[in-house]
Design a binder for this molecule. Structure first.
Ligand SMILES: *Cc1c(COP(=O)(O)O)cnc(C)c1O
Length: 393
């Protein structure tokens, strides 16, 4: 064992298992470890590094804003903050009816959304909040109450009340929905669950049912947003606009930022003094997010995610590995379904082959490369992933 591993074991909270590598540097879709070994990064910090590592636009945005005005508190307005809110209205297609609140992470975004759901209470008549089995919405107490994974919840109960987890089927939603439901939380693709797609027509049905019953439809785009699935937001594939959406991960390209965006009547629920965050929406974070989203737009990376994502799927299936049974997901958020519970072994073999992927569960390899990847990266991925599959078979 090397020295950094001892230091990790001694001083880092045991809530995280000890990593297999210590990384020191990145550039584009590549990172290097402390022993000088190079890796193709097909996880991108879990769908965070939209532009890859050390992108000049990201570097300049952080440096310039840090040298200008980094933080001022929410007692003051700043241009980057206003501009990001306006940009999100355009990208979500909200037009004139939306508002944004900014925090620092996905969990914080979902906390703000959970409080929004409580505000949709019709004078106390709406006490129920629906979320899906296997859903992942974060690890803080409120977002954990929305998360549908018993092993994550159990040590921390009792959690915030009123949340029910229903199966991800239109029938289950129809059966559960009534006028006591304040909100339905849903991920367009369940990333942490292993990149699991919703059934066809689910979001359209959810839009219709929530509207009929006065419940909010809150779409968690923390993993699927910022262009990753081949649209700016996953709900756009379904042609719907929810009442609210939560964002984080890829929006900041590596700078921590999260947010809640509301549309229509949901924008009138929060009133003065009901919510806040010291760091949330500071000019350093929002200027960086503006630059990252601006570059995604300028370079056509949403289209690239759609096109490269399809090629990635074809390349994986084209490997002809007996271990691969299907490729789920959309754009550059993909789950490779394995015939055996060997995802951990595949991810370790991938590291040895110079490739970073993630074992989302026993039988799923999750892929979420930077949106900038092209032919060269796909070629290299195919070669290294084949080596990893062969080694683990
Ligand atoms: C990652 C994630 C979260 C939590 O975000 P954090 O920044 O880790 O708090 C919530 N929802 C979804 C869908 C996610 O993928």
């Amino acid at each position: 064992m090397t020295a950094w591993q001892d230091r990790f074991d001694d001083r880092i909270m045991r809530s995280m298992g000890r990593p297999l590598r210590l990384l020191v540097r990145g550039e584009g879709a590549r990172v290097w470890d402390d022993e000088g070994r190079e890796y193709l990064d097909f996880l991108a910090g879990i769908a965070v590094n939209s532009l890859g590592h050390a992108h000049p636009v990201f570097v300049e945005a952080v440096s310039k804003q840090a040298a200008t005005l980094a933080h001022v508190s929410n007692y003051f307005a700043t241009e980057p903050n206003l501009e990001l809110a306006e940009r999100l209205m355009r990208l979500t297609g909200a037009g004139e009816s939306g508002r944004a609140w900014f925090g620092n992470s996905g969990a914080e975004a979902n906390e703000a959304a959970f409080k929004l759901a409580r505000l949709n209470n019709s004078g106390g008549a709406r006490t129920r909040v629906l979320a899906l089995v296997d859903a992942f919405h974060g690890r803080t107490m409120g977002s954990l109450a929305l998360t549908g994974k018993p092993h994550m919840r159990q040590p921390f109960e009792p959690l915030s009340g009123g949340v029910e987890h229903i199966p991800a089927t239109i029938e289950a939603l129809e059966a559960a929905m009534d006028d006591a439901v304040a909100a339905l939380f849903v991920e367009p693709i369940q990333g942490e669950a292993g990149v699991v797609d919703l059934p066809d027509g689910y979001l359209a049905a959810a839009r219709d049912l929530t509207r009929r019953h006065g419940a909010l439809l809150i779409v968690d785009e923390i993993q699927t947003g910022a262009g990753r699935t081949g649209e700016w937001f996953g709900f756009q594939h379904a042609g719907i606009l929810p009442d609210a959406t939560t964002i984080a991960k890829g929006i900041g390209g590596g700078f921590p930022i999260g947010g809640l965006v509301t549309f229509g009547r949901a924008s009138d629920l929060y009133q003065k003094g009901m919510h806040g965050s010291t760091f949330g929406g500071n000019p350093l974070a929002t200027a960086t997010a503006n630059a990252v989203l601006g570059e995604i737009e300028r370079a056509g990376l949403v289209e690239n995610a759609a096109r490269r994502g399809e090629q990635l799927r074809e390349r994986i299936l084209g490997l002809g590995s007996p271990l691969v049974t299907a490729v789920r997901g959309r754009g550059l958020l993909r789950g490779v379904a394995l015939a055996e519970p060997v995802a951990e072994r595949v991810s370790i073999a991938a590291l040895d082959a110079g490739l970073i992927v993630n074992a989302a569960n026993d039988r799923t390899i999750r892929l979420a490369p930077p949106l900038i990847i092209g032919d060269a990266e796909l070629d290299e991925f195919a070669e290294r992933f084949r080596a990893a599959l062969d080694a683990a078979a």
